[in-house]
Structure formats: structure tokens, C-alpha cells
Design a binder for this molecule. Structure first.
Ligand code: HEC
Length: 182
């Protein structure tokens, strides 16, 4: 009886401690993986509209862009706080070493997503020619090339180009901070 009472109070104490601390690590990992999948679905939706696979719908386009914007930046960065590396995660230990670069890519994702959201506001009915990638746009290259032309504002580039550059931000981060197999 007496020893029972002790173990019960031990359990209650343990429960109190676990609610007082942050979310358990495995929950955070599940959440960040879920967020990533939601972003992938949103990006796929935008891609289908650019390709004409789905009809252009400014509201759906904006909602998808806003989803990516919401899941980018600080929210994304925070989900990769410590512990970064766990058994079920493909997050690389590099995140801890190069946190500034990681956070910068997370923020950049949001800047492009915001530009896409704005493009939907500006183009309520159809994908106007100005939203399309122009001949020379591809040559401007990805996020790295962009740094050389820092004055380039994603909001003033054609939305399709902003979209492709945004996808390069996804790819750059994965190349550097996601382990391939484990
Ligand atoms: C700042 C870095 C960063 C950016 C930007 C980023 N990702 Fe990720 N992504 C990761 C990391 C790290 C993982 C591994 C997460 C884990 O397993 O804990 C991941 C995992 C994923 C996964 C696999 C999720 C799963 O089920 O395990 C998908 C899909 C994905 N990302 C899609 C995207 C898309 C689409 C974008 C752009 C719209 C994007 N990511 C942008 C870092 C990033």
C-alpha cells in the first residue's frame, strides 16, 4: 500500500514534468514531416495550374502560396530546434552546425511564397502573360545566382519564375540539410 502510494506520486510527478517541458521530440519530428508534406501538396497544386493540368483558380493559388508562407520562416526553423537528429528523422546534424544558413533558407521560402500570394491578388482571373517565365529568367539561376543580383525583388519577377526559384530553395535546403538514407 505504502509503496504503491510512492509509485503513484512518482507517476504524477513524471506526468507533470512532461507537460511542463516542450513537446516530446517524436511529436515535433512528426509535425515537421507533416508540414513538409503539406507544403509539397501546395506546391504541386500551383505547379498543376502553371502547367494547365488544373484550371487557374486565383483563390486556390493564393491559399497554396499562403500555406507555404505560413509553414516557412520561423515556424519551420523552430521545428528543427534541438534535438535535430532522431531515429525517425532525416534532418542532418548540419542544421545545428550551420543554423544561420538553415534559418535563412527557411525565411527565403517565405519571401517567394509571399510573392506568389501577391501574384494571385494581382491576377484574379487568368494567368496573365506577365506571370509567365520570360526567356532570360532561367539564366538568372537559383537562390545562389540571386545573391549576386540582390536587388532583384521576388515580387517583381514573373510569378512562374518566383515559383521555380522557390522550388530551388526547397531543393537547396534538402541537399544541404536532409540526409538521403538512414
Ligand atoms: C530550410 C530547409 C528546408 C526547406 C526550405 C524545405 N525543406 Fe523539406 N525538409 C527539410 C528537412 C531537414 C527534412 C527532413 C525532416 C525530418 O525527417 O525530420 C525535410 C523533409 C521534406 C519532405 C519529407 C517529409 C516526410 O514525410 O518525411 C518533403 C516532402 C519536403 N521536405 C518537401 C519540401 C518542399 C516541397 C519544400 C518547399 C516548398 C521544402 N520541403 C522546403 C528541410 C527543408
Amino acid at each position: 500500500m505504502c509503496s504503491n502510494a510512492v509509485s503513484w506520486s512518482g507517476l504524477i510527478l513524471a506526468a507533470a514534468v512532461s507537460t511542463a517541458t516542450a513537446q516530446p521530440a517524436d511529436e515535433v519530428v512528426r509535425e515537421r514531416q507533416r508540414d513538409m508534406k503539406v507544403m509539397a501538396a501546395a506546391a504541386k497544386g500551383i505547379d498543376a495550374m502553371f502547367k494547365g493540368v488544373s484550371p487557374y483558380d486565383a483563390k486556390a493559388f493564393k491559399a497554396a502560396a499562403e500555406t507555404i508562407r505560413t509553414y516557412s520562416g520561423e515556424r519551420l526553423a523552430a521545428l528543427f530546434g534541438s534535438p535535430v537528429v532522431t531515429v525517425d528523422s532525416k534532418a542532418s546534424a548540419n542544421i545545428e552546425v550551420e543554423r544561420t544558413i538553415f534559418d535563412k533558407l527557411a525565411a527565403e521560402l517565405g519571401v517567394y511564397a509571399a510573392a506568389l500570394s501577391l501574384a494571385a491578388d494581382r491576377n484574379p482571373d487568368v494567368i496573365a502573360p506577365g506571370m509567365r517565365m520570360q526567356d532570360g529568367d532561367a539564366k538568372m539561376g537559383g537562390p545562389l545566382a540571386k545573391r549576386k543580383t540582390a536587388a532583384l525583388d521576388p515580387r517583381s519577377m514573373p510569378a512562374e519564375h518566383a515559383f521555380h526559384t522557390m522550388l530551388q530553395v526547397c531543393t537547396s535546403c534538402h541537399a544541404k540539410f536532409r540526409v538521403k538514407d538512414k
